[in-house]
Design a protein around this ligand. Structure first.
Ligand code: PLP
Length: 385
């Protein structure tokens, strides 16, 4: 740090220069991000709540009310009238909280000391962090030929130490929805905690259904589902950091509670202590501002773009890995390795992401990618072909 203060003007000038090195969503060149530019209204509201601390909710009763209302509104989308949970920093923290709830619950009620979690091979790496932090053993269930979790593989891996089964509604790499209904039954029958990671799909599947897309049940309408991750900062157009974790029962929060002596509340269940109320307020505002209609339109447009892009790729001879269920298209050149193709696209200015299973270029059709960007991308892919 300098000894002497620097003027705001000079600091801002320097920051502008530094920020100009960042890629911008608005260029339409970021192809692999599950986040996008937040809605301007959500950003405006976010700034109003920068000082509120949900870690000490007795001091910020208004903001705490907002967080509860947001959890309730997301709960309505996910078929539960009385959910418990929090707006957190993202899908990672939400998944960590879910695994912590599962572990503590199993420890308290079933006496399991060395817990195992069964996750699909397609699970987000946040579960590896959760397992590492909580000394849980990861058991990876195989995927079937459609890249969804293989139900038999889950059944085979259940043991006396299983503390949680995880399924995904909107996989990170391919945007697929696992057979959640079947897994819910299995988890319920075996009295095992069942978590659905809908970080990506949670803010689109409910709206796509309303406009006629078909999805099997994936939410709290299934009795086995204990918790769901759903991220406003992905498909919800809320500013980063806004993740969401919803629990079916209060006891899942209670098993994580630690005493918080100097605060206005006696216990705290979240991982983070001091935590921003801004994300809750911004999510509250954007959900009200867009309403069901706004999100239906958004989700519908993104699926239209998805189909447009998929068909465009097939027309010029690329192989699409799997029929998209959400707004992600993964594809390969018939004769070129995915990383080589990614390099060529990067040289042309596209920020590309390569999926691991199967290895393929993966495009997440977020709100910042317009039809015109897709036309440009398809032109470049035609040249490369
Ligand atoms: N779960 C899924 C399915 C995801 O796709 C992601 C991120 O892409 C996460 C969890 C982690 O979310 P975050 O990066 O917000 O922590």
């Amino acid at each position: 740090m300098e000894d002497k203060p620097i003027s705001k003007k000079d600091i801002l000038k320097e920051l502008d220069e530094i920020q100009s090195k960042d890629h911008k969503y608005s260029d339409g060149r970021i192809l692999g991000s599950m986040c996008t530019e937040a809605h301007p209204f959500a950003k405006e509201v976010y700034c109003k709540f920068l000082d509120s601390n949900l870690g000490d909710p007795g001091l910020f009763k208004g903001t705490k009310y907002i967080e509860n209302e947001v959890i309730k509104s997301i709960g309505e989308l996910l078929s539960i009238s009385e959910p418990y949970g929090n707006i957190v920093t993202g899908g990672t923290e939400a998944n960590i909280m879910a695994m912590r709830a599962a572990r503590n619950h199993a420890r308290k009620y079933n006496g399991i000391k060395e817990g195992e979690i069964i996750i699909p091979d397609s699970a987000h790496f946040s579960f590896k962090k959760a397992a590492d932090m909580m000394n849980l053993k990861i058991i990876e269930a195989k995927l079937d030929e459609n890249y969804k979790i293989d139900v038999d593989s889950v059944k085979e891996n259940i043991s006396d130490n299983t503390v949680a089964i995880v399924a995904i509604a909107g996989t990170t790499e391919l945007g697929l929805v696992d057979p959640i209904e079947e897994l819910s039954e299995i988890a319920y029958e075996n009295n095992i905690y069942f978590h659905v990671d809908a970080a990506f799909g949670g803010f689109s599947i409910p709206f796509l259904r309303k406009i006629g897309y078909e999805f099997p049940p994936f939410d709290f309408s299934l009795p086995g589902v204990c918790s769901i991750t759903v991220d406003p900062h992905k498909m919800g157009l809320a500013p980063i950091p806004a993740g969401g974790i919803l629990f079916r029962k209060k006891e899942y929060l209670e098993v994580m509670a630690v005493d918080s002596p100097y605060l206005t509340v006696k216990t705290q269940s979240t991982i983070v202590g001091t935590r921003s109320g801004a994300a809750s307020a911004a999510t509250y505002a954007i959900m009200k501002y867009l309403g069901n209609e706004g999100y239906e339109k958004l989700a519908g447009n993104l699926m239209d773009n998805t189909h447009y892009f998929k068909e465009g790729l097939e027309k010029i001879g690329y192989d699409v890995v799997v029929e998209p269920e959400l707004n992600i298209v993964a594809f390969n050149h018939p004769d070129m390795e995915a990383h080589d193709l990614a390099d060529k696209l990067e040289d042309l200015g596209w920020r590309v992401s390569v999926a691991k299973c199967p290895v393929a270029i993966r495009v997440v059709l977020m709100n910042h990618i317009t039809k015109q960007h897709l036309i440009d991308l398809l032109d470049d892919l035609t040249e490369i072909y």
